[in-house]
Design a protein around this ligand. Sequence first.
Ligand code: FES
Length: 131
Amino acid sequence: MENIAQSRRKFITTLTLASVSLGLLWRYLSPPAVSRRRVVARVPRTDIPAEGALVFLQERLALMREGDTIFALDLVCTHLGCTVTVTGSGLSCPCHGSRFDRQGRVLNGPADRPLGRLKVEEHDGMIEVVT
Ligand code: FES
């Protein structure tokens, strides 16, 4: 009877050690998680006009520059999703006439929320908009 209990204990211990070893081996051999970082626009900093904007129509975004500060605005109107256009004085929506300032804040509706901001990173003088 004692022999059966000992061999059962030995079997369970071996099984546990084998499971842990296989788990560690799997973790070591499996590839690292792929980054979900996606660059949607990439330009040299010098391409963005001072106090101006660089528009990426297909990506529906604009890189805005104010002094040394660069930020990206999502050009999808917060009213019903039309593409907002950049004008000399701000941004306006051709669909229902919402207007936004250069920071993306609503000047007049029907849109009631500011334009979205996108994440901007700078690497070696290159500006990247990432999602
Ligand atoms: S979709 Fe822009 S104001 Fe309506």
